[in-house]
Design a protein around this ligand. Structure first.
Ligand code: PMP
Length: 384
């Protein structure tokens, strides 16, 4: 069939013909969402849903949020959607100052990108240049993006595919903890074992210098798996002995979703580089990183991102952060998340296909497996 012919078919058949086969769609009957209001969305058949997925943790504060809509309309009225970072952009400096203050990183520098992947890639670029090494340590089950470098530090074959890599990567124990050698350990023993494993990984699998270790406070794509209490701090204690910077990937956990402003604030840990994206733009393409000046200054050639920190996304981001602050949404996510977690655990306690209900704040997951096993049941999850 020609492309013209495909245009006569359903949107789904047209999608399948023209989009790549590795771009997954959710549900047996994929949805086309055409309207949104608050936390309610409507599909093309006029059916309404309560939105629990928020565009993969991206529409942080909901759909059609008044303050954000007006700010973006006002920006559009100026006729300036894009200028390039070769010019001064007031909103860029304002947002950078705001994120720098919130990061808690001493003497911080901020750079904006247009996606989480690009932000992770930049963190890898900077730390490899800073340390003069292309060795990185990542965690098993972690997800960090879809580019060559960010995929290389993704410790999950189901996303990594063939795993060709521009970096040397060692995957330390951590994250999803019901599988493998550390399964069944209590929190303290688990954290001790993770730190010992990291020490051994550095001693045996890495060259003299390592560029960085990268970790998520809650492994999002792995299925909302929170780090154990003290786990990130235990890693950092080891890393500091070797001068290895810690990159914290807050792409899913930032902006209050876990019940604190940053996911790493649940842990006594100080990121050297913090990567953000998704929720900061409430749907507008926005990502970036904030880090210690020495690391952030490590590039010896100019580097630009044409769309990174464009005026429209910046305007949306500033309005989104205003909304988050005005309504203290981190605290709200903590309260509502605790209620939801408790309610889901109680109501699903006798459901044989539900293996675990877990998460932190409003970054929650219900995991479906074949009854009595850890074997995933994706078809059941899709049905639900
Ligand atoms: N890091 C984490 C933790 C993520 O969850 C994602 C996206 N799911 C990324 C990085 C990549 O972000 P993006 O899809 O915006 O490129």
């Amino acid at each position: 069939m020609t492309h013209d012919g495909a245009r006569d078919g359903s949107l789904l058949s047209r999608h399948k013909k023209i989009m790549p086969p590795w771009l997954p769609l959710f549900y047996e009957e994929p949805l086309e969402i055409v309207r949104g209001d608050g936390c309610i969305v409507t599909d093309s058949r006029d059916k309404t849903y309560m939105e629990f997925y928020s565009g993969i943790a991206t529409n942080t504060v909901g759909y059609g949020v008044p303050g954000i809509e007006e700010a973006v309309r006002e920006r559009l009225r100026t006729g300036v959607v894009h200028t390039s970072t070769f010019y001064l952009i007031r909103e860029q400096v304002e947002l950078a100052e705001r994120i720098a203050d919130a990061s808690g990183i001493p003497d911080p520098v901020v750079f904006f990108t247009s996606s989480g992947t690009e932000a992770v890639e930049t963190a890898l670029l900077l730390t490899t240049q800073y340390r003069g090494s292309h060795q990185v340590i990542a965690l098993r089950y972690g997800y960090h993006g879809r580019s060559f470098g960010s995929l290389a530090v993704t410790g999950d074959r189901s996303w990594q595919g063939r795993g060709l890599s521009p970096l040397r990567v060692a995957y330390a124990h951590g994250g999803e903890r019901r599988h493998g050698a550390l399964a069944g350990l209590g929190d303290e023993d688990y954290v001790r074992a993770c730190a010992r494993d990291l020490e051994e990984t550095i001693a045996t699998c890495t060259p003299e210098r390592t560029a960085a270790m990268i970790a998520e406070p809650v492994q999002g794509i792995a299925g909302a798996v929170p780090s154990a209490p003290g786990q990130l701090a235990a890693y950092q204690e080891v890393l500091r002995r070797y001068d290895i910077p810690l990159i914290i990937d807050e792409v899913q956990t930032g902006w209050g979703r876990t019940g604190r402003y940053w996911g790493h604030q649940w842990h006594d840990v100080a990121p050297d580089v913090l990567v953000f994206a998704k929720g900061v733009g409430n749907g507008f393409a926005m990502g970036g990183l904030v880090g210690r000046r020495a690391i952030m200054s490590a590039l010896t050639a100019p580097s630009i991102s044409s769309f990174g920190g464009n005026p429209l996304s910046l305007t949306a981001a500033l309005a989104t952060l205003d909304h988050i602050d005005t309504y203290d949404l981190p605290a709200r996510a903590g309260q509502v998340g605790a209620l939801l977690l408790d309610g889901l655990r109680k109501s699903l306690a006798d459901e044989p296909w539900v293996c675990e209900v877990r998460g932190q704040g409003l970054l929650l997951a219900v995991e479906y497996t074949r009854p009595g096993t850890l074997e995933p049941a994706p078809e059941m999850a899709a049905k639900v």
